[in-house]
Design a protein around this ligand. Structure first.
Ligand code: F6R
Length: 369
């Protein structure tokens, strides 16, 4: 049942190209436009939406953080992403023009369910992004966009996360498509690039041996830090979460720009720091800034593990370890940059003798608040 793998987690990591492709299947028409008729909120109602609020927990929350960048860019709608467990206690401002997106693999997470109930009571529309057919969260939502990751058995979410990202991009692009923004051409191009992205995920999986080797060599460390900017920031948080829950190590993710406001004090000789580097194309200012962040931490003794696009030569002099990922559009990069971090955490945890499918103190579905 583990398909020849030692752990479900390894099987599920390997299934990601298919999970991504399956989640796109049937949702892009022959003309290259999105068809999301299954989302039963009529286009005229979606056109009236004036704010998007995303609620989710854990790994699903990280996909929601990435969705915020995509939604604000392609739709020009204000978007907030909030931890479901914090949401209703702050009496959030919601009305019938608010679209609330609840993201959940299991569809049973109590924090997320309570947040969506609160949103509906205030008159907001709720769209669920969910991997489990007929579970409670989609049943209680106005509409649902299912992710097609297939059953996820390992406690730590991997393939569900990638498909949540795909679903978030679909929602962002679809809202952009029906509302019409100045990014119309870019939206069409990105839909096409998204339809081809599973090949890039496959490509990453084929080059993971050096990452596994590196992970094993770090098994004796106590701390690993993760840095990113823009959509690389939630990826850094996700890399740290995976390492915490699987390897039981102190792992923290930071927005690289925040480093100088405090966390840089943590850097000491030999400390492994993983840096997720944005594409040098497009937002090149961002790229230059992260290169200086890498220089700064390296000058203070950090052992830098750099995840960067193929052809990005600027990072080479400052990378103690370089992990290459395929060139992707800026906003889609998390689909490829997350994969090495999953492999890294899984291998490091195994090297420390942990059961990666059943980490201590955790359950697959958290049905208490
Ligand atoms: C981490 C992980 C958890 C879940 C979170 C939400 O690897 O799996 O953080 O993402 O408990 O679960 P769902 O998506 O089922 O609502």
């Amino acid at each position: 049942e583990k398909g020849g793998h030692d752990y479900f987690m390894l099987k599920e990591i390997a299934e990601q190209p298919k999970a991504v492709a399956d989640t796109l299947l049937g949702r892009i028409d022959g003309a290259g436009s999105l068809r999301l008729d299954e989302v039963r909120i009529p286009p005229h109602e979606l056109r009236e939406v004036d704010k998007v609020v995303i609620v989710a927990c854990g790994t699903a929350f990280h996909s929601g953080m990435i969705a915020k960048y995509a939604i604000e860019h392609w739709t020009r709608l204000p978007c907030e992403t909030e931890l479901a467990s914090e949401f209703r206690y702050r009496d959030p401002i919601l009305d019938h023009r608010t679209l609330v997106v609840a993201i959940s693999q299991s569809g049973e997470t109590m924090d997320t369910l309570m947040a969506l109930r609160h949103a509906r009571e205030q008159g907001a529309k709720v769209l669920a992004i969910c991997n489990t057919n007929g579970s409670t969260i989609p049943r209680e939502s106005d509409a649902v966009l299912y992710t097609h990751a297939g059953p996820e058995v390992a406690v730590a979410s991997t393939k569900a996360f990638l498909t949540q990202l795909v679903a978030c991009y679909l929602v962002a692009l679809y809202l952009g498509q029906i509302r019409g923004t100045k990014w119309g051409d870019e939206i069409r191009t990105v839909i096409r690039q998204l339809s081809e992205i599973s090949g890039a995920v496959e490509q990453v999986l084929e080059t993971m041996e050096p990452v596994r080797e590196l992970a094993r060599s770090l098994a004796g460390h106590d701390t690993v830090l993760f840095l990113g900017r823009h959509v690389g920031y939630p990826v850094a948080l996700e890399g740290a979460l995976k390492l915490k829950e699987l390897a039981y190590m102190h792992a923290e993710g930071f927005a690289a720009g925040e480093l100088k406001h405090g966390p840089i004090a943590l850097i000491e000789d030999g400390l492994p720091v993983v840096v997720v580097v944005p594409s040098p194309r497009g937002r090149s200012l961002l790229h230059d800034k992260i290169v200086s962040n890498i220089q700064e931490i390296r000058a203070r003794g950090a052992r830098t593990i750099v995840i960067a696009e193929e052809g990005d030569e600027a990072v080479v002099p400052y990378a103690d370890h370089l992990i290459r990922i395929p060139i992707t559009p800026t906003l889609l990069q998390p689909l490829v940059s997350t994969v090495p971090l999953q492999v890294f955490a899984c291998e490091l945890a195994t090297a420390r003798g942990n059961d990666v499918d059943q980490p201590r103190n955790l359950a697959k579905s958290v049905t208490v608040e």
